[in-house]
Design a protein around this ligand. Structure first.
Ligand code: B4P
Length: 196
C-alpha cells in the first residue's frame, strides 16, 4: 500500500461532540483501527492494573491523565501492526505537549498526519448528550469540569493544527448520520491533497 492511500487522522472536539461515535463509523469505512485513548484509559481502570489505579481518580474527577503517561501508551499503540497503514486517533492529542509528542512519534516512524477533524457542537448540546449517556464520569459537575479543561488545554490545538493547514472543521450539531456524511465529504479533500 503506497503512502498516498494511508490515512492518519485525529478526531478533535469537546467531550460529547461525537468523536467516539464517528471514529467507529470512519474506522470501518477506511479500514483502519480507531484508537480511543478514553477507551484505553477506561479498560486500564476496569482491569485494576497499576496504570488503572494510577489514573482512576483523575478520570473520575474529569481531569486529564498526565502527558508522559499518555505519550507512552500512545507510542506503544501506534507501533502495533494493525496501525502500520493508518489509524484514527480519538481523544489524542488533548494538550499542546501531547501534540508535540505525537509529532515526534510520527517523525520517528517516518510518517505524517493527513488531517485533523474538528467537530464543533454548542456547549448546551454537549451537556445534554453527556447527561443522557450516564457514564461514571458523566455527572453534571464533572461534565462542567471536563468542558473547562477542554477550553483551557485542548482548544489551543485548533489553532495549532489550523496553522499547519491540517484542520478540517465539521458541524457536529446535526444527526449522527449527517455528521458522518460531512466528515466523509471533507475527507475527499484530504485524499486529493495527499494524492497531489
Ligand atoms: P473520552 O472517552 O475521550 O471522553 P469523551 O470526550 O466524553 O468521549 P467522546 O467525545 O468520544 O463521546 P461522544 O461524543 O462520541 O475520555 C474520557 C476520559 O479519559 C477523559 O476525561 C480523560 O480523563 C481521559 N483521557 C482520554 N484521553 C486522554 C488524553 N489524551 N490525555 C489525558 N487524558 C485522557 O459521545 C457522547 C454522547 O453523544 C454519546 O451518548 C453519543 O451517542 C451522543 N452523540 C454523538 N453524536 C451525536 C449526535 N450527532 N447527535 C446526538 N447525540 C450524539
Amino acid at each position: 500500500m503506497g503512502a498516498s492511500t494511508e490515512r492518519r487522522l485525529v478526531l478533535l472536539g469537546p467531550p460529547g461532540s461525537g468523536k467516539g461515535t464517528q471514529a467507529e463509523f470512519l474506522a470501518e469505512r477506511l479500514s483502519v483501527p480507531a484508537i480511543s485513548t478514553g477507551d484505553m484509559v477506561r479498560a486500564a481502570i476496569a482491569s485494576g492494573s497499576e496504570l488503572g489505579k494510577q489514573v482512576k481518580q483523575v478520570v473520575a474527577a474529569g481531569g486529564l491523565v498526565d502527558d508522559n503517561t499518555m505519550g507512552r501508551i500512545v507510542r506503544q499503540r501506534l507501533g502495533e501492526d494493525d496501525a502500520s497503514h493508518g489509524y484514527l486517533l480519538d481523544g489524542y492529542p488533548r494538550t499542546l505537549p501531547q501534540a508535540h509528542t505525537l509529532a515526534s512519534i510520527l517523525e520517528d516512524m517516518g510518517q505524517s498526519l493527513n488531517g485533523v477533524l474538528m467537530i464543533n457542537v454548542p456547549e448546551d448540546e454537549l451537556v445534554r448528550r453527556l447527561l443522557d449517556r450516564k457514564r461514571a464520569d458523566d455527572r453534571e459537575e464533572v461534565i462542567r469540569h471536563r468542558l473547562e479543561v477542554y477550553r483551557q488545554q485542548t482548544e489551543p490545538l485548533v489553532d495549532h493544527y489550523r496553522e499547519q493547514g491540517k484542520l478540517l472543521e465539521i458541524d457536529g450539531y446535526q444527526s449522527i448520520g449527517e455528521v458522518a456524511t460531512a466528515i466523509a465529504e471533507s475527507l475527499e479533500l484530504v485524499t486529493e491533497e495527499v494524492g497531489s
